[in-house]
Design a protein around this ligand. Structure first.
Ligand code: ATP
Ligand code: MG
Length: 415
């Protein structure tokens, strides 16, 4: 992509109404736009990063045997009444609306009810199980606090997967597989070393759920970590002696930290299948409630977390897996001169090789271009100046470390 054609502009100053580092930097870099508190738009560069995160998660969900769907945002209040979650006393973050005839609808804040009801048409016998169904879909939550930029918004995309198993044993095996997939996702997204599987309160069926908590001062949660075992417990279960036996860790060895919940996995048991009547006939023909689990990740929150953990004083720093482009090609030439011709040719050859490159082809001062390049955070910057144009050897600067590697042209144009 040619930067001269990118409509977004960068800003030198952080917007005064943002307190979170992720929002300040993403707005400055033109990745996102704030509509209002807790509501953001994704602009071209931001959307590329978000889509890379989604693609990475999708790969792992498909590897688990997940089948992708896309459920509606508008939700019939009737199914939510069945599970007891329509009441504002039970769920305090509802956005509700009405049809012209007066009947009530909700904007989905999660999809256990809708999917459980839907699966009644597709799960009949034990032969139809297990099933794993997931989506990337917009959730609406009337969050009270919205000060964490894209990490806590009132409209956000969630990857939510739901598992449908015959019994708790079959469920437990999948649950561990899903946990392993989560570990891979956070590792691939560049935050694996900071992210801990964390015991948290579980609800009615299992004593505990597991959160994936990324240690960061920007976090809203408090956890206690065991670095060696790569496990943690959430403050909400810290005083429960049973959790230490379950986790196999010593309370005395834990260190307190603030953390961001980037994902969680949950044993639902028959909470929703009982409420909505989702059962299957076992081998003897006996009706049996389906045993469920749910597994969430917020791609936007994950993107914000990456910013919080990796950005430096100069701006954003993206891991290759998430970056909107692999390379930032910065030409120091002026339109029509030898340097800009060399940069044009390199850009064209890199594109032919299928390499993702953002090309700063604009006439601007070198210092300005470098500062902006630092702000955008693309992993590798190729500088095209006079010497490079003449010799065909280019300086490639790594954004994260500042390391410079002299690289011959041929190496840049081979995938
Ligand atoms: P929190 O306790 O932070 O509000 P939650 O327990 O309500 O999160 P879930 O309902 O389990 O979260 O949602 C699954 C995932 O969706 C979370 O782990 C998080 O990554 C993401 N998520 C939840 N709420 C938001 C939000 N308001 N904005 C962005 N992402 C969110
Ligand atoms: Mg919440």
């Amino acid at each position: 992509m040619r930067q001269s054609r990118l409509f977004t502009k960068t800003r030198r100053e952080a917007p005064s109404d943002e307190v979170a580092k992720n929002a300040q930097l993403l707005v400055r870099a033109g990745y996102i736009h704030k509509e209002m508190a807790g509501v953001y738009d994704y602009l071209p560069l931001g959307l590329r990063a978000l889509n890379n995160i989604i693609a990475l998660i999708r790969e792992e969900m498909n590897a688990l045997g997940g089948e992708e769907v896309f459920l509606s945002t508008l939700q019939d209040s009737e199914i939510w009444k069945k599970s007891g979650r329509w009441d504002d006393e039970a769920v305090d973050i509802w956005f509700k609306t009405k049809l012209k005839n007066g009947s009530e609808l909700g904007l989905g804040n999660t999809h256990e009810e809708a999917l459980t009801a839907l699966m009644k048409e597709h799960i009949v016998s034990y032969k139809d199980l297990p099933r794993y169904v997931y989506q990337f879909q917009n959730k609406f939550r009337n969050e009270t606090r919205a000060k964490s930029g894209i990490m806590r918004t009132r409209e956000f995309i969630m990857k939510d997967l739901y598992s449908f198993s015959r019994d708790s044993t079959e469920h437990a095996a999948f649950y561990e597989k899903a946990a392993a997939a989560y570990e891979r996702i956070f590792k691939r997204a560049g935050i694996g070393d900071k992210t801990y599987r964390t015991f948290a309160s579980g609800g009615s069926f299992s004593k505990y759920s597991h959160e994936y908590q990324a240690v960061s001062a920007a976090g809203e949660d408090v956890i206690y970590i065991d670095k060696k075992r790569r496990l943690a417990v959430n403050k909400e279960v810290y005083d429960d002696p049973e959790v230490y036996a379950s986790a196999g860790i010593e309370k005395s060895s834990l260190v307190e930290a603030k953390a961001i919940e980037v994902g969680n996995i949950f044993t639902l048991g028959t909470r929703f299948s009982d409420a909505l009547g989702l059962s299957y006939k076992d081998k003897e023909g006996k009706p049996t409630p389906v045993f469920m689990g749910s597994y969430g990740i917020g791609p936007g929150r994950l993107m914000g977390t990456i910013v919080e953990l990796m950005a430096d004083e100069k701006g954003l720093v993206w891991p290759e897996s998430v970056a909107p482009f692999a390379y930032h090609l910065v030409s120091l030439g002026r339109e029509g001169d030898e340097v800009s011709r060399a940069a044009d040719a390199l850009y064209s050859d890199m594109r032919k090789a299928g390499i993702e490159v953002l090309y700063d082809d604009r006439d601007a001062r070198a210092g300005e271009k470098f500062a902006e390049s630092d702000l955008l955070g693309i992993p590798k910057r190729i500088v095209v100046g006079k010497e490079a144009a003449e010799t065909g050897v280019f300086e490639v600067v790594e954004r994260a470390t500042g390391a410079v590697v002299k690289t011959p042209r041929a190496m840049l144009t081979t995938p």
